[in-house]
Design a protein around this ligand. Structure first.
Ligand code: ATP
Length: 451
């Protein structure tokens, strides 16, 4: 077994490239620094993470609604938010090798690369700038959003007016964000284009502390419920020095990545900073009238802000495992079934026509419900390994006996145990197992095949 938290980044990167989770961006041109492309399996993993988020925060709740604001926003947004001025990292440059470093990341006074002398810190804006319309002049400057949050603040009044949501309630959004990061690296952990999943939860001032604590716990549980080991997560409070200009209190949910503990998600009590700023810059009223108490106030905001890419990396690292199996090492990803890119693989024992025909029929039927793979190349053992390595929870094997008894075997990824079930019961049995039912809970006519 791989020791918890001990998988190397090299192994994760190699698996991701080998099996089509994540590729370097525009690789045929030598790649683009800190940009990544998600391959056929990666795109499914990301989609599943976003679905799990949406399910937990929108579908299963009645106090959060969704939004999809544009990546390009009115430039005043960024003046109000403080990003135009403050969204900058103090940087120092090495006088010798000219590499730039974030002051936050420095452990001593000299350049971490060559030991050279460093300049005084300077501010550097992390927003990507572009031009709207055909003329490239300052009046037409717009920015690629560096966070999804602002889209939710500027739409606060629209949501209040068009839904019957009353405070406390939240808005959530999933989408791309762009930052011209200085210190990149560690694979998709810090890239220049990434996806965020954020909630802006509007509460009455005075109840903010309670809601903050509520969201800390909710968000931590979300990762644990999706299979991340508790001991690989921790909460870390921001010190006064590192607290962002808008935040009253902030905690990071850190994950034990291969390079050490690092932020997976930030949860901040933003107070009324954002709405007050947008009132100031837009001249519009963004206050809220409480029908019950007849009070008018500007709500406080509690913000859980997570990254899709960092989550994908954490789920990959946590799921990774190696174990000895019949003279070789079995590599497997113990993905939670709801995150696994492929839920079921259909494997005919041989390519004999009758078997293929029966297998293809099952394949077509299961595809109505899930993303399913079909594989008839090489030995059955090799095919099981291939599915284990990408985290497919169940393999269905169709053998010659299947043609007689109309039964197939279901093999479970983690235990490699098998049951045999009537084809007529297969879909219902898989649905139950994918929802967490024990493999050995048998459907009608089912039997234990391999213990
Ligand atoms: P860091 O200090 O690690 O750069 P941050 O504190 O700037 O992160 P936030 O502004 O709190 O990050 O963004 C919220 C979340 O968005 C982060 O917890 C992370 O999951 C994700 N995120 C932020 N920047 C990046 C990035 N450059 N690449 C990938 N994900 C990111």
């Amino acid at each position: 077994m791989t020791e918890p938290g001990k998988v190397s980044m090299e192994k994760i990167v190699s698996l991701c490239q080998r099996r089509g989770f994540i590729f370097p961006s525009s690789e045929i041109y030598g790649g683009l620094s800190s940009c990544w492309d998600y391959g056929p399996l990666g795109v499914e993993l990301k989609r599943n993470i976003k679905d799990a988020w949406w399910r937990a925060v929108v579908q299963e709740r009645d106090d959060i609604v969704g939004l999809d604001a544009g990546i390009l926003m009115h430039p005043q947004t960024w003046a109000a938010s403080g990003h135009l001025e403050g969204f900058s990292d103090p940087l120092v440059e090495c006088k010798n090798c000219h590499l730039r470093w974030r002051v936050d990341d420095l452990k001593d006074k000299n350049c971490p690369s060559c030991g050279g002398e460093l300049t005084k810190p300077r501010l550097f804006n992390l927003m990507f700038k572009t031009f709207m319309g055909p003329v490239e002049e300052e009046a037409n400057v717009v920015y690629l959003r560096p966070e999804t949050a602002q889209g939710m603040f500027v739409n606060f009044q629209n949501v209040v007016n068009t839904t019957r949501k009353r405070i406390p309630f939240g808005i959530t959004q999933i989408g791309k964000a762009f930052r011209n990061e200085i210190t990149t690296g560690n694979f998709v952990f810090r890239s220049r284009e990434f996806e965020q999943m954020e909630i802006e939860f509007f509460v009455k001032p005075g109840t903010d502390e309670e809601w903050f604590n509520y969201w800390l716990e909710e968000r931590l549980n979300w990762y644990v419920n999706l299979g991340i080991k508790k001991e690989h997560l921790r909460l870390r409070q921001h010190t006064k020095g590192e607290l962002a200009h808008y935040a009253r209190v902030c905690y990071d949910i850190d994950y034990l990545f291969p390079m050490g503990w690092a932020e997976l998600e930030g949860i901040a009590n933003r107070g009324d900073f954002d709405l007050v700023q947008h009132v100031k810059y837009s001249g519009k009223s963004l206050d809220y009238f409480d029908d019950e108490t007849k009070e008018r106030f500007i709500p406080y905001i509690i913000e859980p802000s997570a990254g899709v890419d960092r989550s994908a990396l954490a789920f990959l690292c946590d799921a990774y495992d190696e174990e000895p199996a019949e003279d070789e090492i079995r590599v497997l990803l113990h993905f939670h079934p709801s995150l696994a890119p492929i839920k079921v693989a259909v494997l005919p024992l041989s390519r004999r026509e009758k078997l293929v025909e029966a297998a293809k029929q099952i394949y077509a039927d299961l595809r109505q419900c899930w993303i399913v793979d079909y594989d008839d190349a090489q030995s059955i053992g090799r095919r099981y390994r291939r599915q284990d390595e990408i985290g497919t929870p169940f393999c269905i094997t169709i053998d010659f006996q299947s043609l007689e008894d109309k039964q197939v075997t279901i093999r479970e990824r983690d235990t490699m145990k098998q049951i045999r079930v009537p084809i007529s019961e297969l879909k219902a049995a898989l649905a139950a197992k994918l929802s967490g039912e024990d493999l050995f809970v048998l459907p009608p006519g089912g039997q234990i095949w391999k213990e």
